[in-house]
Design a protein around this ligand. Structure first.
Ligand code: ADP
Ligand code: MG
Length: 713
């Protein structure tokens, strides 16, 4: 067995466990030993029965004198045991585990941990954790002799999933850890880790700590590692990029550029102007641009893409723009065409959907001006009006989806690659796209607000631009927390909105991060309820991540064409979906979302000159929950809300979507500025010796190993 050994190949882990393990993202032995507990039960007080006090949590060692099941009138079953340790006797009760009488027999020696109770004049222990007193594997290595794995000392409690309890995880880890620890080599150079717990000790202590102080030291060490490796990877990439990558610098015809910008139907905001300047500087360097553009939904990132493509075109180079969905790709296609075509810049679209073309991949469908709108073409299957070009030249700007990554697309002279909503793409997709051109400039755009500290850690390899200002005249989405007693009023208001010819989104609670059957089921139930009981006269549509892409597109299109009044959806509604006629965003179970997520969701309304609204319903009306949610009534900056998230909840789960395809924090926190600083200094130190980590082959191997792991398929 080594770190790479798949868990399912281990004895005692059958096929039934493989999907459960997958739920926790555990595949290998390495994953399992890096599955850290989030707290400990303190069972360190060993006691004689005669000495116990009511209310005390203790560990006792003794013998089972008798054990039996008692069936109650209400169909429940109690297991009752008499337990004696020489100093005294007490009664143990377990609920609804009738099989225990098969496992535990009179005469068995057990060690039990739990809280002492009194029932009448009897001392009892209710639902204690138990194990046999004969030491299990690992005791003596992991814990001092005399302590159990599940009882005695500090007992780790893990993130669990259905069918994988802490007890199971603890048992497996206790068996694996002693064998694997000796094979672990710490890749971290001594001069960096000298003040920290050695890695092996940290791994042992995080699972089976001697005391809480040791547990904290273990945590510190592992959190340090986590932030260290993330930054090592991004800073190393950045260094290599700056050292090795060379490109032709672009030249800018200022006069023509100004003319183009002045011709736009609006004046750029100050923030947009600043970003344009930053990009212009980048494009005129021999090091290719590698910039992350962050701006709230509606802040106007697309026009930045258009301006960048315009400059690239001035240099006779092409631009590729990748969007996460076909809908978004078509949206960009339309917008860019509008801005760029008057300047003789041809815009084409490239997607993999059969719907759009007869063949699977037709390069650069030319949109015939004056014919049906692209929307219509999607609807009608777009077979006639999207004609492949008969000459082999490619348009100057190619907008598309993942299909752009296809080997069949071999664009020439690409000078700029733009990725929209980049968090939806993985590292490997980025590099695939990059391989389409020799050292292209790179611009990635995201509406996900990322606090600066987080951006510097996660995206340290990128330069950061922020659009922190909305175009003038934009109405803010008037946001209200709606208490339960006002729900009916809200529904009445929504009905009126629909009567006035506008549309509504209703988002159902976030049940799990990656959408599975549970979410799909929950949204269906809510959909039926709304249709039957609340809005029987209105046209409702249903959208969730379990629909086939075709079905999804069809629903979105119906909503777009106003054949649906209310779209009931999980939070997967397409990022950047642009339906100006939608005026109300209702979010159920709002407390389950981060503030910045809620902000993103409400950003899907407020896209016309009419006033729009967000209604936030919560499941609980606890004051701390309500006051958190109410921040949205006053704060309208995504970035500010993201920073609040970080302060209030530590940001862990909030950034998990952001991190997919990047790194995932298990133990460190983005709010730990101190540790971020410390690890950053360590990284700079080590990279200043050599970018290739020449002196540290083990570290280098570990890093490339980690980078492999974060590459999604
Ligand atoms: P996002 O940042 O979400 O991608 P878009 O680029 O789609 O935002 O812009 C949202 C809308 O705002 C578009 O209709 C766009 O034309 C408009 N817009 C962009 N910049 C400005 C501006 N400076 N003034 C007025 N409207 C603008
Ligand atoms: Mg956008």
């Amino acid at each position: 067995m080594d770190l790479k050994t798949p868990l399912v190949s281990l004895a005692g882990i059958g096929p039934a466990f493989s999907s459960r393990l997958k739920n926790l993202n555990l595949k290998t032995v390495e994953d399992l030993i890096n599955h850290y507990p989030f707290r400990y039960d303190d069972f360190s007080k060993n006691q004689d029965i005669s000495q116990t006090q009511i209310g005390e949590t203790v560990t006792l060692k003794g013998e089972i004198w008798s054990i039996k099941n008692i069936y109650t009138r209400y169909g429940k079953v109690l297991t009752q045991a008499i337990f004696n340790d020489g100093s005294g006797t007490l009664e143990i009760i377990w609920f609804n585990q009738p099989w225990l009488t098969k496992n535990i027999k009179a005469g068995d020696r057990l060690q039990v941990s739990g809280k002492i109770n009194r029932k009448g004049n009897k001392t009892t222990l209710v639902s204690p954790v138990w194990e046999r007193s004969t030491p299990e594997v690992g005791v003596g290595v992991l814990k001092p002799r005399g302590l159990g794995i599940h009882t005695g000392g500090l007992i780790p409690i893990y993130p669990e999933t259905y069918g994988l309890s802490s007890k199971w995880l603890r048992y497996k880890i206790s068996k694996i850890l002693p064998n694997i620890l000796e094979k672990i080599e710490d890749p971290m150079p001594d001069f960096i880790s000298q003040d920290l717990l050695p890695l092996k000790d940290a791994l042992k202590q995080i699972h089976f700590p001697d005391d809480l102080d040791k547990a904290k030291k273990a945590r510190d060490r592992l959190a340090f590692d986590e932030l260290f490796y993330i930054q090592l990877s991004s800073q190393k990439t950045r260094g290599e990029w700056q050292k090795k990558e060379k490109t032709e610098k672009l030249s800018i015809d200022e006069q023509k550029l100004t003319e183009f910008i002045n011709s736009l139907p609006f004046k750029l905001t100050k923030a947009q102007e600043k970003v344009v300047e930053e990009i212009k500087i980048d494009l005129q360097k021999t090091t290719p641009m590698n910039r992350l553009l962050q701006g709230d939904v509606g802040s106007g990132k697309t026009i930045i893409a258009a301006i960048s493509a315009f400059i690239t075109h001035q240099n006779n180079l092409k631009t590729i723009i990748m969007a996460p969905t076909e809908i978004l790709a078509f949206q960009h296609f339309e917008t860019l065409k509008k801005f760029l075509e008057p300047y003789g810049i041809e815009v084409g679209i490239y997607t993999g959907s059969k719907k759009f073309t007869k063949q699977n991949y037709v390069i650069a469908i030319r949109h015939k001006p004056g014919k049906q709108s692209t929307q219509k073409q999607i609807a009608t299957g777009c077979t006639v009006r999207c004609v492949p070009r008969n000459d082999n030249s490619q348009p100057d700007v190619i907008v598309g989806t993942h299909a752009l990554l296809s080997k069949k697309l071999q664009p020439e002279n690409v000078g700029l690659i733009i990725i929209d909503e980049q968090q939806r793409f993985g590292v490997s997709q980025r590099s695939l796209l990059r391989a389409k051109a020799r050292s292209p400039h790179f611009l990635t755009m995201t509406a996900t607000p990322i606090p600066r500290t987080v951006a510097l850690t996660l995206y340290g390899d990128l330069d950061l631009s922020v659009i922190d200002e909305m175009p003038v005249g934009r109405k803010v989405v008037r946001t209200h927390f709606v208490p339960q007693k006002k729900r009916a009023d809200a529904y009445k208001f929504m009905e009126k909105i629909v009567k006035d010819g506008q549309q509504i989104y209703i988002i159902t609670p976030l049940i799990e991060l990656s959408e599975t059957m549970t979410s799909a089921k929950a949204v269906k139930v809510e959909f039926e309820r709304l249709k039957k009981d609340i809005f029987p006269k209105l046209r409702l549509g249903l959208l969730h991540g379990r629909l086939k892409p075709k079905e999804k597109d069809a629903v979105i299109l119906q909503f777009k064409n106003h054949e649906i009044d209310i779209l009931v959806s999980t939070s997967v509604v397409e990022v950047g979906m642009d339906i100006p006629n939608a005026a109300v965003m209702v979010i159920e179970g709002a407390e389950r979302f981060g503030l910045s997520q809620l902000h993103q969701l409400r950003g899907r309304v407020g896209r016309s000159d009419k006033q729009s609204y967000a209604f936030l319903f919560t499941e609980s009306e606890q004051s701390s929950i309500v006051s958190r949610i109410k921040h949205l009534e006053k704060i309208y900056s995504g970035l500010k809300l993201a920073e609040l998230d970080l302060k209030i909840r530590g940001g862990g789960e909030i950034f998990s979507t952001l991190q997919s395809g990047r790194w995932e924090l298990k133990i460190a926190s983005f709010s730990d500025l101190n540790l971020i600083e410390k690890t950053k200094t360590a990284v700079s130190k080590i990279l200043s010796e050599s970018l290739e980590l020449d002196k540290y082959p083990v570290l280098r191997a570990k890093l490339s190993n980690l980078e492999q792991r974060i590459m999604p398929d």
